[in-house]
Design a binder for this molecule. Structure first.
Ligand SMILES: [Zn+2]
Length: 196
């Protein structure tokens, strides 16, 4: 919805990484071992991929970074890269979600093997169990959406990612919204804090 409204791409390091894993590149192979156990892929790998992506033409008007940075060192490195491009970040957006709700979102997530469309068994289930509405592909649970892995991810989040709230708060670019309600509600709240 944000892509459509602002006419800018969403850059998900998860997607970039999964593509590298699927393509079986050297960096992809390295990343897979870490991702499967819910850990964080080395910064040198991630920042390299992000830097390449931001240099592409469709990012000239702006972009949405999704899932990156996840640690203070990554945020500092990103700031360095962006300073070099003379284009600092405008906004860091924090979407605050209740822990029980978050577990449902993560454990309920299913992805289409063919077209990567995402579903959630609790919030946005497919019409037919285990089958993609769009392409009839098979739905599966990603390795990093398994419960034990999610617990590890949440611990990693508390330790490594939560400090970014302070990091961007101090730079006065942090905007927060409550991540409750329907997708439309959350979208409207985000548009409202973005002030456009
Ligand atoms: Zn599909």
């Amino acid at each position: 919805m944000l892509i459509e409204k602002y006419g800018i791409p969403q850059i998900s390091t998860g997607d970039i990484l999964r593509k590298a894993v699927a393509d079986g590149t050297p960096l992809g192979k390295e990343a897979k071992i870490v991702m499967d156990s819910g850990g964080l892929v080395p910064d040198s790998v991630v920042i390299g991929l992000v830097k390449e992506r931001l240099a592409q033409d469709d990012c000239k008007k702006g972009y949405i970074l999704d899932g990156f940075p996840r640690t203070t060192p990554q945020a500092e490195e990103l700031d360095n890269v962006l300073a070099g491009m003379n284009a600092p970040l405008d906004t860091a957006l924090s979407v605050d979600v209740d822990m029980g709700d978050l577990m449902k979102r993560l454990t309920g997530r299913r992805t289409c093997k063919s077209c990567q469309q995402m579903y959630n068994l609790h919030f946005s289930p497919p019409q037919k169990d285990g089958v993609c509405d769009k392409c009839s592909g098979e739905l599966y649970q990603r390795d990093d959406d398994q419960e034990a892995t999610i617990k590890n991810r949440l611990e990693v989040y508390e330790k490594s990612t939560a400090p970014l709230i302070d990091y961007y708060g101090k730079k006065n670019i942090l905007k927060s919204v409550e991540g409750t309600g329907s997708i439309d509600d959350i979208f409207n709240k985000i548009c409202s804090v973005l002030g456009s």
